[in-house]
Write a protein that binds this ligand. Structure first.
Ligand SMILES: *Cc1c(COP(=O)(O)O)cnc(C)c1O
Length: 365
């Protein structure tokens, strides 16, 4: 007997490995490996989730009417131009599946989010990486790597794992100089954390053009990663395509209800943003003081480089942090083997990471 073989290319995909979440022997490790919201979900979202417990036999609203209306109100957008996904990961996969296939190219920046290349390969398309400048997406390089075969261009803005971002005018220039047949996908998973007046999450560019789509998530600042909830805002033809290829009930009822309640609790979002502002700045300073490299970040995570420290390397640091009950993300799969990505957690967790890094560098010296 032989097991059937999948389509060509599928077995070349290295499975996505998420941030570690459990540490044997440690009941409550500091989970700083997946950029989950430090403050957790809004109590109102939790209550909305719990309120669904006695209605689990009912299918969800396949059109997510109430959730799309709430998103439209919150962001000042037309709900007809919004569709939802089981996390933005699902929307990435659906966009690639719908717009690219064998012979096509999917463009992203060198240290962009890993799911873009995985989704491209899954669809039989070729992922193409454009070099970055200072760990930041480079508009000229992206444009130079676009061809008539480029069907999608993914820009995470801000980018994970680097924490860097492109200003509004640069994203507009990218759209202007890319070939028109290439759909530009702006993945603004961390938009709510950014407080810069030269930044846009991308909805304005969606409105100005016919070939830009913005994707967003409830997994980061809203603290709802467990429920898998994301959304896309795009031109009506793109939203129509997504609605044709998605499963009819791709987002569960609990996710929809919790998402609506979370949108109604902007005080919680503001608290999460303030918390992040304070501890990202503090942590960045501490890391610099330790003599490690740190990339200025606008997200809820910081990329820490060990390249400049003789005798210390990222893998050894990751193991040391783990021995102290702290989980962070190794970056080898992103082509950054000298770095660790560390999420901004609670105050005590940030103090614990700095204490552990200090001890690590002392014993490595
Ligand atoms: C976390 C993340 C996502 C995935 O979010 P989900 O909605 O949980 O699937 C998408 N894009 C980027 C850049 C991310 O960091």
């Amino acid at each position: 007997m032989t097991t059937p073989a999948p389509r060509p290319g599928i077995l070349d995909i290295a499975p996505y490995v998420g941030g570690e979440a459990v540490l044997p022997g440690v009941a409550e490790p500091a989970r700083l490996a997946s950029n989950e919201g430090a403050l957790g979900a809004s109590p109102r979202a939790v209550a909305a989730y719990q309120a669904l417990a006695d209605r689990l036999h009912r299918y969800p609203d396949g059109g997510a009417e109430a959730l799309r209306a709430a998103l439209g109100r919150r962001h000042g957008l037309d709900p007809a131009r919004i569709t939802v996904g089981a996390g933005s990961d699902e929307l990435i996969a659906l966009l690639v599946r719908a717009y690219a296939g064998p012979g096509d190219e999917v463009l992203h920046s060198r240290h962009g989010f890993l799911m873009y290349a995985i989704a491209a390969t899954t669809a039989g398309a070729r992922p193409v990486a454009a070099p970055e400048r200072n760990l930041t997406a480079d508009v000229d390089a992206l444009v130079a790597h676009a061809t008539e075969r480029t069907k999608l261009v993914f820009l995470a803005n801000p980018n994970n794992p680097t924490g860097t971002y492109l200003v509004r005018d640069e994203v507009r220039r990218l759209r202007r100089d890319l070939p028109g047949q290439a759909l530009l996908v702006i993945d603004a998973a961390y938009a709510e954390f950014v407080a810069r007046n030269d930044y846009s999450a991308g909805d304005d560019l969606v409105d100005e053009t016919d070939n830009v789509v913005m994707i967003r998530t409830f997994s980061k600042i809203y603290g709802l990663a467990a429920l898998r909830l994301g959304w896309a805002y795009g031109p009506p033809p793109v939203i129509d395509v997504l609605n044709r290829v998605r499963g009819p009930f791709n987002v569960g009822a609990a996710a929809q209800a919790a998402g609506i309640a979370a949108l109604e609790d902007q005080a919680h979002v503001d608290a999460a943003r303030s918390h992040n502002d304070i501890w990202r700045a503090w942590f960045t300073d501490q890391v610099k003081t330790l003599g490690l490299g740190v990339q200025p970040s606008v997200g809820n995570f910081v990329l820490v480089s060990f390249a400049a420290r003789a005798g210390a390397n990222a893998d050894a640091a990751e193991r040391f942090l783990k021995s102290r009950g702290i989980l962070v993300r190794k970056m080898g799969s992103y082509g950054l083997p000298d770095a660790l990505r560390i999420s901004i957690g609670l105050e005590a967790e940030m103090h614990a990471v700095v204490a552990a890094l200090t001890a690590f560098l002392e014993q490595a010296a």
